[in-house]
Ligand binder design. Structure first.
Ligand code: AP5
Length: 216
């Protein structure tokens, strides 16, 4: 499958992408994870992205498109991909459209995860993430806790809170989403690719996506 997951911060894009990846051949591509790993490793990309991320602002479009152009050419994309956190702006969506045309690839579906704002706020302050860049399992201290001593149940690494999980950065990320990313809902509706699901159950969302892809 080749799909895009749209949704506000905390809507569950990463959780759904991982669940879909586990039961199918498609690879999760999270620009947020790519950028966080770059910051952690101290690479040139990380240095350019760090300030924007900590403030809860978007990283410039040209930087993101550079990353994605090479990412799509990796062999693991051949069986399909689940885009989590990309595109984020209309210029990124336009550039993605051209890039996919150039690579002769077609998108199957764009899923808009519609989750109430109060649920989102609660989730973001209670999320924890595995610190191992090759794992990055997502936890929640209420709904899906790590082990008692704060370790990942999959790989045993420490489970940590993200740097952009401060109240100030969360507020800014939600504002940025409304201003820059929410217009993509209309964009993909016009492209005839959009399906919206209003649900807080990951199982229900995964099964909705599987059914929709299966019947298209
Ligand atoms: P990014 O990492 O993409 O963050 P985000 O969009 O803010 O999304 P989140 O990761 O916060 O949430 P999510 O929807 O994946 O939710 P999750 O599954 O974790 O981006 C970070 C930054 O990088 C950006 O601010 C920007 O600076 C930069 N960036 C990234 N991409 C960019 C781009 N394309 N252009 C420019 N800049 C870019 O779930 C959240 C919590 O809820 C978890 O604790 C989870 O366990 C819990 N949860 C999920 N589903 C359920 C459920 N059904 N029931 C109970 N709990 C649940």
């Amino acid at each position: 499958m080749r799909i895009i997951l749209l949704g506000a911060p905390g809507a569950g894009k990463g959780t759904i992408a991982k669940a879909l990846m586990e039961s199918g051949g498609s690879v999760q591509i999270s620009t947020g994870d790519i950028l966080r790993n770059a910051v952690k490793s101290g690479s040139e990309l990380g240095k350019r992205a760090q300030g924007y991320m900590e403030r809860g602002e978007l990283v410039p479009d040209n930087l993101i498109m550079e990353i994605m152009e090479s990412r799509f050419q990796a062999p693991d994309c051949e069986k399909g991909f689940i885009l989590d956190g990309f595109p984020r702006t209309i210029p990124q969506a336009e550039a993605l459209k051209q890039l996919l045309q150039k690579l002769n690839l077609r998108l199957d579906l764009v899923v808009n995860l519609d989750v109430p704002k109060e649920v989102i706020l609660g989730r973001l302050t209670t999320r924890r993430t595995c610190s191992n860049p090759d794992c990055q399992e997502i936890y929640n201290i209420k709904s899906k806790p790590p082990t008692e001593d704060g370790k990942c149940t999959k790989c045993g690494s420490s489970v940590v809170q993200r740097d952009d999980e401060t109240e100030e950065a969360i507020t800014k990320r939600l504002e940025t989403y409304n201003e820059k990313t929410a217009p993509l809902i209309d964009f993909y509706h016009r492209e005839g690719l959009l399906k919206t699901i209003t649900s807080t159950s990951s199982e229900e969302i995964v099964s909705f996506i599987r059914k929709t892809i299966g019947s298209s």
